[in-house]
Design a protein around this ligand. Sequence first.
Ligand SMILES: Cc1cc2nc3c(=O)[nH]c(=O)nc-3n(C[C@H](O)[C@H](O)[C@H](O)COP(=O)(O)OP(=O)(O)OC[C@H]3O[C@@H](n4cnc5c(N)ncnc54)[C@H](O)[C@@H]3O)c2cc1C
Length: 371
Amino acid sequence: MSQPDLSYWEKELYQQKYDLIVVGGGLTGQSAALFYKKNNPHAKVLVIDRGFFPLGASTRNAGFACFGSVTEHMSDLKIEDEEKIVDRIRRRINGLKLLRQTLGDEAIDYQEPGSYEIFTDEETYSEAISYLDTCNALLRQASDIQDVYSKSTYQEFPAITIKREGCLHPGKMMKSLYQKNLSSGVEFRWQTPVQKIHSDDGKIELENGINLSGSTVVVATNAFTSKLLPEVEIKPGRGYVFVTKPIPELKWQGTFHYDRGYYYFRNVDQNRLLLGGARSLDIDGETTTKFGVNDLIKNHLLEFTNDVLKLPSDWEIETEWSGIMGFTQTKSPLLRAISDRCLVVAGLSGMGVALGMQLGKEAAETIDGNR
Ligand SMILES: Cc1cc2nc3c(=O)[nH]c(=O)nc-3n(C[C@H](O)[C@H](O)[C@H](O)COP(=O)(O)OP(=O)(O)OC[C@H]3O[C@@H](n4cnc5c(N)ncnc54)[C@H](O)[C@@H]3O)c2cc1C
C-alpha cells in the first residue's frame, strides 16, 4: 500500500525533531534511551525498532549472566593481552551489577543456582586445571570476587565450579526495561524498519516513507548494523537454542558451560533443559543475518544431549529458535562516533546480557559529554 500524504496534524506529530533517536530497541538501544532520558528529563527521546518486539538477540538469548568460563579465558589468553581480558571481565561484572540494580532481581528472575564448566576429555581438563590460578588472578584484578574457579565434579563429570555466576529471564528483562522507559517518557515505534540513516544531519528515512530527525542518533542495531552503515564492520553470528518439554527429576540443575563457552545449558522452570550453541561447528554457515536452524548444528546438539548429558530417552524439544549476535573483529564491542551527531554501539557477541546495559549507558554519557 502506498502511503497517503501526511495531514497537517500528522506532520506535527511525526515530523517533530527529537533530541535523541535510538535505532534498535534491544537491550543496548533501550538502555541508551533510558540513561539519556534520566540525565535529560526534558529531552524528547524516541526508540525505533523493525520488530513487533526486539528482533535480534535480546529476547532470543540463553539468559546466562556470566563473565566467562576457564576454557574461554584460556583460549583468549592464547591470542589476546591479559589487560584486554581483565578489562572485558570487569565490564561484564560491572554490566551485570548495573542491570540488576536498575531492573531489580525479582523483575528479571535473576538467580545464582550454581555454575559449572564440565569436561569430557582428560587432556583439556588437565590444561584447564593448570589455568585455575591464572583465571582466579584475572578475576581478582577485575573485581572483588575471590577464588571464583575451583576444581570439582558434577555428577560423574570432571568440572570446574564457577562462583557467583547467575542466570535470568531475558523476556522479563526486556519487558521490565521497556516499562521503565515508558514510565520515564521515552517514545517507541515498533514494526518500523529504518531504511537509511544520514549520519551527518541526523535524518532517518523509514521504510514506510516517513522521515524523522534527531539532534543525535544512536545506532544500536547490533548484527544488522552494516546494512544501515556499511562503513561499520559488524559480522553477524547466528545462535541456536532449544528448550525441552518437562523432564521429571532433571539432573542438570544450574548453569553449565562446555568447550570455551561454545556450548551452554541450564535448567529452566526446574525441570526443562535449555541447550544452545555449537556455532563453532559451522562458523561460515552461521555468519548470516537470517533466522533459521542449521541441521548440522541441531543434530550435533541432539547427539550431545543423548550421549553426553544422557537425558532420559523419551525427552523432546518443546521450543527451538535462533537469534543473531553481532561480532567485531576483536571480542570487544564497539562504541564509536560516526559523526558529531551519530554514534554506533554494536558487536556485543555472546556477552550482551552482561555488557548491553553498561554500553548503552556509556553511549548516553558520550552524547552528554559531547554537548
Ligand atoms: C542464541 C543466543 C544466545 C545468547 N546467549 C547469551 C547469554 O546467555 N548471555 C549473554 O550475555 N549474551 C547472550 N547472547 C548475546 C546477547 O543476547 C546479545 O549480545 C545482546 O542481546 C545484544 O543486544 P543488542 O541490543 O545490542 O542487540 P539486539 O538485541 O540484536 O537488538 C538490535 C535491534 O535492532 C533492530 N533493528 C535491526 N535493524 C533495524 C532496522 N533497519 N530498523 C529498525 N530496527 C532495526 C532489531 O530488530 C533488534 O531489536 C546470546 C545471543 C544469542 C543470539
